[in-house]
Design a protein around this ligand. Structure first.
Ligand code: ATP
Ligand code: MG
Length: 502
């Protein structure tokens, strides 16, 4: 009997008294205690009528118990399906219908609101609160934790993880045990994680970044996590001196830089800061190094593929790039026909390797559309590979602007605008334009309370950008719309500015 995912991540720690989770308030959960709780939840899942291969939809706040549900799924072979805690009943309706989940685990406060959608999907409903109470906790409490570990292979499905829905409706990515394990092993080695590490964990655990990248690496290494319910700048600053590593989205880093007490002394115990899920501004990278002496390591991945590239641990971490393909990942840049382009040319990023998912759940046509013969997955991101192999993302294919027949890569224009005095950040989108097809709209966020001088900015950027790339319309806003992973919601911006040229 074997279960590679459970055995590798969890099983070998069952009798370990080493710390696994350091919790707010000063308590620590050992591996042994965490896995005993996971075993009781595994019993409860079986009691509730689930069996290997069934989907368990989980929309609960981050907590040790929530993480134990993931371990319980690995133990029983039940497919883990975590959902963003911000999703409304209407959204959950789609995920339950699409996934055919047998059970919906939700917070006690959401039970009533979600009852109709659970009933419609014929899913059983149970509750679990962050403090470890709820109907499902009650069911688990009296269990013995002796459910046998399900016999599974690396080819079996471990999780159904829905994409963030940045470019359209979320798609369920089927991830096998091999997908998760290969990536976690590769990153543990590459980023030098060991049992001496304490990872500061302030990310959500419904997304690949906090769930698989952060947690699986810690489990493989046998290290500990400072497990915070969410990113709160004060709490993160307090925890930093006790941590050795942190993973975050770019907004974590800009918020830390906004805090006056964030400095070199506070980070002297740290050996690694990792950034991903959205582009890290080169300026943030530089400011962070000036303030702390640390160079943030930026990497690139997605729900469907886990991680694809990383800046080197030892060696040059280049600001504005996502580094080199991981050792077991092939990455190429292609034109519309799928023909690989030369170094330096911009095209679509495609990846192949043991990290690449098994397809979209019940969407064979969509899967076929994004998969080349030979196993390369078409990521939908645009980028280039430079002479020494570093990959730069220039944006998403769906964000590309075609104006008067010319291609405009929003990130190029954004970089020029971000560098102007008085500009904190910017977003470039295309809006329907009667002559040009699309016209470029610049949405600017000023630094502090200042009002940027638009005329001066327009004159300044004319030196760096061809006329056709220069924005046709400007707006100044206090902040850009972002989701919990720090991704700018360009679809929302496009809707907001749809009529500026018409
Ligand atoms: P959807 O596929 O539903 O539109 P999504 O692509 O935002 O949503 P995720 O899988 O969470 O869902 O995000 C993956 C995407 O995040 C990548 O395709 C890429 O566009 C972006 N991304 C991740 N890391 C980076 C990075 N370091 N720099 C720039 N973009 C990144
Ligand atoms: Mg995507």
């Amino acid at each position: 009997m074997a279960n590679p995912l459970y055995d590798t991540l969890f099983g070998r720690h069952e009798t370990s008294d080493r710390p696994f989770l350091h919790l707010p308030g000063g308590t620590t959960l050992t591996y042994r205690a965490f896995l005993a709780s996971a075993a009781r939840y595994a019993d409860a899942l079986i009691q509730a009528g689930l069996t290997a291969g069934d989907r368990l939809a989980v929309q609960i706040e981050k907590s040790p118990d929530a993480l134990a549900i993931y371990a319980a799924c690995a133990r029983t072979g039940i497919v883990f399906l975590p959902l963003n805690t911000a999703y409304t009943a209407t959204e959950i309706d789609y995920f339950l219908g699409n996934s055919g989940a047998k059970l919906l685990l939700c917070g006690p406060a959401n039970h009533a609101a979600l009852a109709p959608v659970a009933a419609k999907a014929q899913a059983r409903q149970e509750t679990l609160a962050p403090d470890g109470t709820g109907t499902f906790a009650d069911l688990a409490r009296d269990q013995s934790g002796t459910t046998p570990i399900a016999d599974r292979s690396e080819a079996d499905l471990a999780a159904l993880l829905y994409t963030s829905g940045t470019t359209g409706r979320s798609k369920g990515a089927m991830l096998s045990q091999r997908n998760l394990l290969s990536n976690a092993r590769t990153l543990t080695d590459l980023w030098h994680f060991t049992e001496s590490d304490t990872l500061l964990h302030a990310l959500p655990i419904f997304h690949t970044h906090g769930l698989f990248v952060a947690t699986n690496i810690t489990l493989i290494a046998g290290g500990a996590m400072i497990f915070l319910p969410k990113f709160d700048t004060g709490a993160v600053l307090d925890a930093l001196p006790k941590a050795t590593a942190m993973m975050g989205v770019p907004t974590f880093y800009t918020r830390l830089l906004d805090a006056p007490r964030f400095d070199r002394a506070l980070t002297q115990n740290m050996r690694l800061f990792v950034s991903g899920s959205a582009p890290l501004l080169a300026e943030t990278h530089r400011t962070f190094e000036d303030r702390t002496g640390h160079r943030i390591l930026e990497r690139y991945g997605m729900t469907e593929t886990n991680m694809n590239t990383s800046n080197p641990y030892e060696g040059d971490r280049r600001a504005g790039t996502v580094g080199l393909p991981l050792p077991d990942v092939e990455l190429r840049v292609t034109d519309e026909t799928g023909t690989p382009l030369s170094k330096g040319e911009i095209g679509t990023i495609e990846v192949r390797g043991p990290n690449v998912f098994q397809g979209y759940w019940q969407m064979p046509e969509k899967t076929a559309e994004e998969m080349r013969e030979g196993g390369f997955f078409i990521t939908g991101d645009l980028g280039r590979i430079d002479e020494d192999g570093y990959v730069t993302i220039v944006g998403r294919g769906k964000d590309l602007i075609i104006s008067g027949g010319y291609n405009i890569y929003p990130s190029e224009v954004e970089a020029v605008l971000d560098a102007q005095p008085g500009i904190r950040e910017s977003a470039i989108i295309g809006a329907p334009h009667p002559d040009l097809g699309e016209g470029t709209v610049a949405i600017l966020v000023p630094e502090g309370d200042g009002q940027p001088d638009l005329e001066a900015i327009q004159t300044a950027i004319a030196k760096d950008l061809a006329r056709f790339k220069q924005p046709r319309h400007y707006d100044i806003v206090p902040e850009l719309p972002r989701n919990t992973m720090g991704k700018v919601q360009k679809a929302a911006l496009r809707a907001r500015y749809a009529e500026v040229f018409t």
